[in-house]
Design a protein around this ligand. Sequence first.
Ligand SMILES: Nc1ncnc2c1ncn2[C@@H]1O[C@H](COP(=O)(O)OP(=O)(O)OP(=O)(O)O)[C@@H](O)[C@H]1O
Ligand SMILES: O=P(O)(O)OC[C@H]1O[C@H](OP(=O)(O)OP(=O)(O)O)[C@H](O)[C@@H]1O
Length: 213
Amino acid sequence: MVTIALAKGRTADDVVPMWRRAGLPAPADLDDSRALVFEVEAPVHGPLRFLLAKPADVPTYVSFGVADIGVVGKDVLLESGREVYELLDLQAARCQLCVAGRPEERDRRPRRVATKYPRLADQYFRSLGVAAETIPLSGSIELAAVIGLADRIFDLVQTGATLAANGLVVFDEVLDVSARLIANRSSYRTKRQAIQWVTDQLAQALTREAVES
Ligand SMILES: Nc1ncnc2c1ncn2[C@@H]1O[C@H](COP(=O)(O)OP(=O)(O)OP(=O)(O)O)[C@@H](O)[C@H]1O
Ligand SMILES: O=P(O)(O)OC[C@H]1O[C@H](OP(=O)(O)OP(=O)(O)O)[C@H](O)[C@@H]1O
C-alpha cells in the first residue's frame, strides 16, 4: 500500500486530472465527496490510499511517514522546511511568489511585510540585508497593503487580478511556484518500486503533453 497526501484545493484540482491522464488510478468520487481518505486498487503495486489534506499539512504527513508520497506547491514545501525528497515538478497549479505593494511604496525602505509565508519572507528580506518586520496573516494578504498594516506583501500572484483590483503592483518576483511530487525518505527506499512507477507515469505524461502542445 502506498499512501499519498494530496493538497486540497487548487493543487488537487490541477493534479488529479493529470494523475488520471497519466494512467494512474484515482478514486472516482475524489472530487465531489466530503470523505478525506480514499482507496483504489492499482495493478501490480497493490492499493493506493489518498489523504486529502490542507496544503500546509502535506509536508508534515509526508515527513512523519504517515503518507509515503505527497503532492504540494513548492511555496508550501519551502515554507514548511520539512526534510523530504522532491521527486518531480508536476508543472501544475503554477503561480509566482512575489513582493508587491502600493505603487508609491516602491522606492521606500520595506518596514512591515504581511504574508502567509513568514519563514520565506524573513529569508528573502534578510538576503537583501533589509530588517523588515514580518506580519503573519492567514489570507486576503492584499488587504494588509491596502489598509496600511504593511508596506509590502509577500504573496502568490497568478493572473494579477487580485493585485490590480486592489491597486497594488509587483515589486519583485521571488519564486516560480508549481506542484511537486514529494516522498518520505524511508518510504522511498522501502516502497521504491511503487513510488518509482508513480513518478515515471507522471513524468511520461508530462513529456507527452509537452510534445503535443
Ligand atoms: N492563484 C493562486 N493562489 C493561491 N495559490 C495558488 C494559486 N495558483 C496556484 N496556487 C497553488 O495552490 C496552493 C493553494 O491552494 P488553495 O488556494 O486551494 O489553498 P489555500 O486556500 O491557500 O489553503 P489554506 O486553506 O491552507 O489557506 C498554493 O500553495 C500554490 O502552490
Ligand atoms: O493573481 P491572482 O490570479 O489574482 O491570484 C492570486 C490571489 O489568489 C490567492 O488568494 P486566494 O484566492 O487563495 O485567497 P486567500 O488569500 O484568502 O487565501 C493569493 O493569495 C492571491 O490573493
